[in-house]
Design a protein around this ligand. Structure first.
Ligand SMILES: [Zn+2]
Ligand SMILES: [Zn+2]
Length: 290
């Protein structure tokens, strides 16, 4: 699609969130927002992020397609483009070559500008491991090539099922909240929060972004050890994506979940000498309020 068209569609969808004020309110519509936001969020985090970019577990081809479809419906382009750029983020985090670093290029560029205006990140190199390993799988190639189809289909289905109220609360608002939940991992999680691990980048852990991005807000953990199926390294770090992966494992749809190695827990504990590595839940500073 031509760049001005993409930009116009992007801002049109952003602005469309306001339509929730033009339809009669009901709590059922809030539930619809939550379902649309959080299910597509898990598509992004479980498939695009933890599977395609980090190979944190394995899953059946059918499950992979369904979650990749849900992620593509989020209107954040396709799985191969998304995961391919994410690999570059980790490779160059907060240094030259990072597609979205608030430290390198400012908040707006890291939040939105990098994918909307910066032609350097429009295509992922053929040598990128995501392109190399998944680029020629037909159903994934299709989702990536026609990434605008699933969000369009979702919008039409919402409108068909419930008219303007469902379009507003089931597509417009959740597409915008989910966009910023994802973008915030690139900005908020490289600016504000706590740092358990002294990583070479500026990544932080942040409970608010973890909530809206279904576990991805434990981003300092993730930058320290990318391969793990969980981003919340302790039971009190809310990580619904990991719960979904565990549920799939229980149902026989996922396997080979990559754990956080003991040496990483030891490292976390070493930063806080009062807490022995084995007793993960005893850290008084990180435990939830009693
Ligand atoms: Zn990051
Ligand atoms: Zn990552």
């Amino acid at each position: 699609m031509l760049a001005p068209v993409t930009t116009a569609v992007f801002w049109l969808v952003q602005g469309s969130a306001i339509t929730v004020f033009w339809v009669p309110f009901s709590w059922g519509l809030v539930v619809l927002w939550a379902a649309s936001h959080f299910l597509r969020a898990i598509g992004l985090t479980l498939a695009f992020h933890r599977y395609f970019a980090h190979r944190a577990f394995e899953m059946t081809r059918g499950a992979r397609f369904l979650w990749a479809l849900a992620g593509t419906a989020a209107m954040q382009k396709g799985p191969i483009w998304w995961a391919g750029n994410h690999i570059d983020h980790h490779k160059h985090a907060d240094r030259e070559g990072d597609p979205h670093s608030p430290a390198m290029s400012g908040f707006y560029h890291a939040h939105i500008g990098w994918f909307l205006h910066d032609t350097r990140w429009k295509r992922v190199a053929a040598t990128n491991p995501v392109v190399r390993d998944f680029g020629s799988v037909p159903e994934l190639w299709f989702l990536d090539r026609y990434h605008w189809l699933p969000p369009l289909a979702l919008a039409l289905v919402m409108f068909g099922l419930g008219g303007w109220p469902w379009l507003a609360w089931g597509f417009c608002l959740p597409t915008v909240t989910l966009a910023h939940a994802t973008f915030a991992i690139n900005t908020v999680n490289h600016l504000w929060g706590t740092r358990r691990f002294a990583t070479r980048d500026d990544s932080t852990n942040n409970a608010v972004t973890a909530f809206f991005a279904v576990g991805e807000g434990w981003h300092n953990n993730h930058h320290r050890y990318q391969r793990a199926a969980c981003n919340g390294f302790y039971w009190w770090e809310f990580d619904p994506t990991y719960y979904a992966i565990r549920l799939m494992e229980w149902a026989g749809l996922a396997w080979n979940l990559q754990p956080v190695p003991a040496r990483i827990y030891a490292e976390a504990a070493a930063g806080r000498p009062l807490v022995p590595a084995a007793s993960r839940v005893l850290d008084p500073e990180q435990a939830p309020e009693a």
